[in-house]
Design a protein around this ligand. Sequence first.
Ligand code: PEP
Length: 263
Amino acid sequence: LVSRENHDSRSVVSVRGVPIGGDNVTLIAGPCAVETPEQTLEAARMAQEAGASLLRGGAYKPRTSPYAFQGLGEEGLRILADVRAETGLPVVTEVVDAADVELVASYADMLQIGTRNMQNFALLQAAGDAGKPVMLKRGMSATIEEWLMAAEYIAQRGNLDIVLCERGIRTFEKATRNTLDISAVPVAQSLSHLPVIVDPSHSGGKRDLVLPLTRAAVAVGADGVIVDVHPRPETALCDGPQALVQEDLAGLRDAIGTLAALT
Ligand code: PEP
């Protein structure tokens, strides 16, 4: 179902009217985690300034350590819905448990499945049933074929509104948080009709790498980019070192707008 075979053209996924795919390079931006209403609204305003048309933000955070901030849960979803009402930005947010899919889908415009859950098949099926577009991040140790098969679990439930997201993979290299597999973008686009976007924040793991990796993503033909921004990253409860700050926003806007016009 997700294979390029039998599909003459590549798909465009609409998230509350915002297209991902086709001629667009869609910017999704926002805080890694929803922390407070003020922080989320400030981050959403930053996202808009950078040219984003969708707001990201985690209310359920799948953290490596059980002692780390796990997200605000439903309160975070309510904050995202309030910020959507204030800014007009549709909301992309992660769901980590099949039991929460209905609740998250009642607030979100797009469900995000994170790297750690790429092969959580019960979650994929529940997301496929939820009636909302799904962003499927690549498992950090998954092959492209495994990633596409995971997408197939969602598609099998009758939901073809799926966007693939390359977010870096595990390699021997320790200088970056993950290794951005930039070749996965054209490879996945050649094997599947689904749009393919890139997460330069979670791949590089460092603020200074986000703009260069964004430029690489746009140059290689990605259908969009999802980026962390934070008004005060030094106080962030999650992934502060990779969040873009106010001074980076013009560069982000340029990386997407100017380069996208050239490709
Ligand atoms: C995220 O985008 O908030 C996230 C946790 O990403 P990943 O699943 O790629 O680590």
